[in-house]
Design a protein around this ligand. Structure first.
Ligand code: SAH
Length: 470
């Protein structure tokens, strides 16, 4: 058996869903190969690594030396690569990233869903033109750096290291907007000058927890939200931030400067309440011809250009003619619903977060769309009460659809299902359940929404007929 501290030589042959390299070793006295997960490695690397944690069926190891580099390795460019937990694929060529994502979707469908690749059409992954600076949202933790020699301290912002809450200081993240670095610098300088403390997760003390920055791709509007360890009623705690908000609001593009209150000792970043310090409570953006108001806590896809391609595919697969009743389950702020509504008789959206349902109704009105209706509740509970659909679109969170919803879909007379998925493992599980009831997976279309990471989004078309023409 291997143990913590052992040094092993490994060839990397795959990646985990989180983007760590996987290498397998033969353990003495056993037939099977034992997998070790080593982050910051590439398929084809031969590495020397030290074992850091051993579980029953797998272990973690940390890279010591690259003995033979993989052909797909590239210069990661980013100064904090390997330390920050963000871009797990930055050291791998973009072509190799895409190739792996496509094969990961195909392999998962076979391994978990039991559906062979020859039984459906696997479309080539839709890659991104912008591999950097593509994100429209960032949440930076705020911390304090203390110089051990001089005892001097200063405010830092950055990202968490992988699987930890240690902040890796980063002045400019390459997948985020360039201007974020300017905003963050002014916040750090203001905090240092005015003795505004950063939150300390261990003690629960200090004021500034996170900075959320959202940028609207098409309008350029920027929202800056300071997440503070205070209650709305403790005005004395956060008064010192009013001037900072004025300063931020003066910056080009900033139309919204907010405070969010979170005084709980929790990993959840945002609290339940905001206060507008300057400007609006939301920013305006477009996806296709639809206009959306995005508030601090709304779910909104982070890669605007790829989102448009994803939703276009969902719309294409729905194959609407203008006469259909469509359910859009897990509809968030109604983003896909509004796309669909322009081509359908009526769209019924269901969403569990009440603020998102309010946003969805508002966004429909904003676009003059009168045939989209939104309901608050669980997709698995509410959908059975809606008018019979011709097409169902689902876009569930990572855990996939609830089994009760799959039963509702099976009981309805619907013949066409468009499944948008951020986790192909649960998509494959649900496709297998649907297959038992006579559904056929027609098309799988992977879309790269998250370059430099292992994440991949997939749109699937399933039908209950032999062939659906789209
Ligand atoms: N389709 C939207 C949102 C997709 S994210 C878009 O593209 O923007 C998934 C959404 O499902 C989130 O808004 C989440 O709040 C919601 N959700 C999670 N569990 C749910 C459930 N059981 N029933 C309905 N909505 C749920």
């Amino acid at each position: 058996m291997i143990k913590k501290g052992d040094i092993v030589t490994l060839e990397i042959s795959d990646y985990t869903g989180e983007g760590s390299g996987v290498g397998k070793i033969n353990l003495q006295g056993t037939e099977s190969l034992f997998p070790l997960f080593v982050s910051n490695t590439a398929i084809g690397d031969v590495v020397e690594a030290v074992v850091t944690k051993v579980n029953r069926s797998y272990a973690f190891a940390s890279i010591l030396k690259i003995l033979e580099p993989a052909p797909d390795r590239v210069d990661p460019v980013c100064p904090v690569t390997g330390r920050c937990g963000g871009c797990t694929f930055r050291h791998i060529s973009y072509d190799a990233q895409l190739k792996w994502k496509e094969s990961a979707v195909e392999n998962t469908m076979k391994r978990i869903g039991g559906i062979e690749s020859g039984d459906y059409e696997l479309c080539p992954i839709i890659g991104a033109e912008d591999r950097d600076r593509y994100r429209n949202k960032a949440q930076y933790p705020v911390g304090t750096f203390i110089d051990k020699k001089t005892g001097k301290r200063h405010t830092i912002t950055g990202f968490y290291a992988g699987r930890s809450h240690r902040i890796v200081e980063s002045e400019d993240c390459l997948i985020e907007d360039r201007f974020n670095a300017v905003i963050l610098k002014s916040i750090r300088e203001y905090a240092d000058k005015n003795h505004i403390s950063a939150y300390n997760e261990k003690t629960g003390e200090g004021l500034l927890r996170h900075v959320l920055i959202r940028t609207a791709y098409h309008t350029g509007e920027i929202m800056v939200c300071l997440i503070v360890n205070a209650k709305r009623s403790d005005e004395m705690c956060y008064r010192s931030l009013y001037k900072l908000a004025d300063q931020i609001y003066e910056m080009e593009g900033v139309v919204s400067a907010l405070l969010n209150f979170n005084n709980r000792k929790t990993n959840v970043i945002m609290g339940d309440e905001e206060l507008i310090l300057k400007g609006k409570s939301s920013i305006t953006d477009y996806i296709g011809e639809n206009k959306y108001e995005i508030s601090a806590r709304s779910f909104y896809q982070v890669n605007p250009l790829q989102t448009e391609k994803l939703y276009d595919k969902a719309l294409e697969y729905a194959g609407l003619t203008g006469n259909e009743i469509v359910w859009d389950l897990y509809c968030g702020i109604g983003t896909i619903s509004l796309f669909l509504a322009r081509h359908a008789k009526a769209v019924y959206g269901v969403e569990i977060v009440s603020a998102a349902v309010e946003d969805a109704k508002f966004n429909a009105a904003l676009n003059g769309i009168e045939n989209a209706f939104f309901y608050l509740g669980k997709a698995e509970d509410v959908s059975a009460e809606l008018p019979e659909p011709d097409v169902i679109v689902v876009d569930p969170p990572r855990k996939g659809c609830d089994e009760k919803l799959i039963e509702t879909i099976n009981r309805s007379a619907v013949k066409k299902l468009v499944y948008v998925s951020c986790n192909h493992a649960t998509l494959a599980r649900d496709a297998a359940l649907l297959k038992e009831e006579g559904w056929k997976l027609e098309i799988l279309q992977p879309v790269d929404m998250f370059p430099q990471t292992s994440g991949v989004e997939t749109v699937a078309l399933l039908s209950k007929l032999d062939v659906i023409s789209i």
